[in-house]
Ligand binder design. Structure first.
Ligand SMILES: Nc1ncnc2c1ncn2[C@@H]1O[C@H](COP(=O)(O)OP(=O)(O)OP(=O)(O)O)[C@@H](O)[C@H]1O
Length: 468
């Protein structure tokens, strides 16, 4: 059943805004995507001879946007992800027929090369820091800091504080980056697409540009990708973003990417229409602890008016009893609400695979929500629009919503992942906030053992504690 929408005054102001640049800042569930799609539709309907593109974050979200727009049948309106558009555009600009992608091994090979110069440095000897180096190289390319001088001077705002980085560390990282680029050679990584296109904006063919560009979840795009998207807009660029949900370590200012959002060009949405007051109270209790809540661009939320049950936090002794509690909770909900959409969100793939094994064992039907599937797994892909149990990660759940949300394994990451005291808890807080704010009606958090820093930070009056 299609729900009727009565737009709020704040939302109407965004819909009726007719300027050529606009930033829509809004909290989780405030209708940024809804309004962006409505606006894109209006522009496409009013101007049938002009092209309109909506850029969504990832395939699940872009499929959802396509679904919402398909009945309007507007041939001048398209929905894309940055990567799908950039792959095609890169081939056209650089006259390539096929794109060869690098693999993770290239980072290991680059580290090995640099080990002859810095044999004792922790980035060389500590294998657990490889993930950090991978993110750092992505940051260098995503922010176009590809010259040594630039990289050495760049403030790390937005990059996260996972590992303390001294000037000597930067020297080592930059050497690894240079080796990585040499070994990579003709192959590309995901950051190359935006980087090379941002340097060749004038070569992008006209048919790959649009009169009006709408960008959703912009807080997590890299600086170069945003520059490219703003650069291909002939007439207007409309951007939706929420710093409170920034879960990747990208950094840019709106000015950097060519967007003037001063004065009336920024509109703010503060009400969640997705979740109940009880869910958002709990979600805000963790967001308050995040440094980002002090940022001038952070959007302060208003509490929703819709009432519901208090979220439940299930404390188990170990992972097995968590799984038992999880399968019991799924069965209870499926009995009471057979058409329910249940999202099971995990911190990483390993946790998701454990949940998958549990559901197979318990003969509970499920589908995955993910950007792509391995060959043969296609029929296991689902969407958050259809009833049933959906398995996904917190990262992929961004922008999506489920009537019931179960977040599993809310425990401290293992020490090797935490890198001692340098661990960036703010990103973990934000991920949990993103996960919690996906829930429309009921929210369950599952934890076990005695190491659950984030659970300890939650406001105690805002959840029901269940001990197993
Ligand atoms: N005025 C409204 N009346 C009823 N429902 C609304 C209204 N505005 C938004 N919604 C609903 O609220 C939910 C959240 O909207 P949407 O996904 O657009 O929010 P968002 O700001 O993009 O969220 P997020 O940043 O968390 O992805 C959707 O189900 C949407 O249909």
């Amino acid at each position: 059943m299609k729900k009727t929408i009565t737009y709020s005054d704040q939302q109407k102001e965004v819909i009726n805004y007719s300027g050529s640049q606009l930033l829509i800042r809004g909290i989780a569930g405030s209708g940024k995507t809804l309004i962006l799609l409505k606006k894109a539709r209006d522009v496409a309907e009013k101007n049938p001879n002009e092209t309109v593109a909506v850029f969504s974050y990832g395939n699940p979200l872009s499929d959802s946007a396509k679904r919402q727009l398909e009945s309007y049948n507007l041939p001048n309106l398209t929905v894309k992800t940055f990567h799908s558009w950039a792959m095609r555009t890169y081939c056209l600009v650089f006259r390539k027929r096929k794109i060869y992608m690098t693999n993770r091994q290239v980072i290991s090979d680059a580290i090995k090369e640099v080990s002859t110069i810095y044999p004792k440095h922790r980035f060389i000897t500590n294998k657990d820091l490889k993930g950090f180096i991978e993110e750092e190289i992505s940051w260098i390319k995503g922010s176009d800091l590809c010259q040594r001088e630039k990289y050495m001077k760049e403030p790390r705002k937005g990059r996260g504080g996972k590992v303390r980085v001294t000037p000597e560390d930067r020297e080592v990282i930059f050497k690894i980056y240079e080796e990585y680029e040499k070994i990579r050679d003709y192959r590309l990584d995901y950051d190359d697409l935006g980087l090379q296109l941002s340097r060749n904006l004038d070569k992008i063919p006209d048919e790959q540009k649009f009169d009006h560009v709408f960008i959703d979840e912009a807080q997590d795009l890299t600086k170069v990708n945003l520059m490219v998207l703003c650069g291909i807009a002939r007439k207007s660029r409309i951007v939706g973003a929420d710093k409170g949900q920034k879960i990747f370590t990208t950094s840019f200012t709106w000015e950097d990417v060519g967007l003037n959002i001063k004065g009336r060009r920024t509109k703010i949405l503060r009400n969640s229409y997705r979740s109940t007051k009880q869910i958002m109270e709990l979600a805000y209790s963790i967001q308050e602890k995040d440094e980002i809540s002090k940022d001038e661009e952070f959007t302060r939320p208003d509490l929703p008016t819709a009432e519901g049950q208090k979220p439940k936090v299930i404390f188990s002794k170990d992972i097995e009893s968590q799984h038992q509690a999880l399968s019991e909770a799924i069965r209870i909900i499926q009995r009471e609400d057979p058409d329910a959409v249940i999202g099971i969100l995990s911190r990483n793939r390993e946790h998701m695979n454990n949940v998958q094994k549990l559901l197979n064992r318990e003969r509970i039907d499920y589908k995955f929500i993910q950007s792509s599937a391995k060959k043969g797994d296609q029929e296991k892909l689902g969407s958050h629009h259809e009833p049933g149990v959906k398995l996904t990660t917190l990262h992929t759940a961004k922008g999506l919503e489920f009537k019931y949300v179960f977040i599993t394994d809310v425990v401290d990451p293992p020490t090797y992942e935490r890198l001692g005291d340098d661990f960036d808890w703010d990103i973990e807080r934000r991920l949990l906030y993103v996960g919690m704010s996906r829930a429309m009606k009921q929210l369950y958090l599952f934890t076990y053992g005695d190491r659950h820093n984030l659970i300890d930070e939650l406001g105690k009056p805002f959840y029901e504690k269940v001990m197993i």
